[in-house]
Design a protein around this ligand. Sequence first.
Ligand code: DQA
Length: 149
Amino acid sequence: MPNPIFILNGPNLNRLGVREPEIYGAETLDDIRAACADRAMAFGFNIEFRQTNHEGQLVDWVQEAADAAAALVINPAAYGHTSVALHDALKLVDAPIVEVHLSNPAARESFRRRNYVTRVADGTVSGFGATSYVLGVEAACRFAMKRSD
Ligand code: DQA
């Protein structure tokens, strides 16, 4: 088996399903985990799927991904808009980085327009609900396979 695709989730995403479903959809994070596992498996990858509400924990996991991931899919949630520490950690990752968002932050409040992750991601998928993750995982797998050619 190749290295896994790391899928890291930031704050409040553990509340998906009950958190503002009109914005973030009805799926829970467990539903999203299952959809990501299926998509990755179709390309021959396992996933390492995690969520935390803590910025330092996310930084630690990004560092772990730098050593052990075939690719990194990250929904930084609110830390994308605030965290230089997360930005700096992502710069340590050589593997492909795909940023995902359930909603389309660019079409929301102005404070969501600044994003410290977008600058270091290879690409971003936003606005498609849980499908953003599935598309993001597919992009991550394709990029990871290209890298190992
Ligand atoms: C989010 C968008 C962010 O602006 C917000 O802070 C989140 C979720 C999304 O997936 O749409 O928590 O990352």
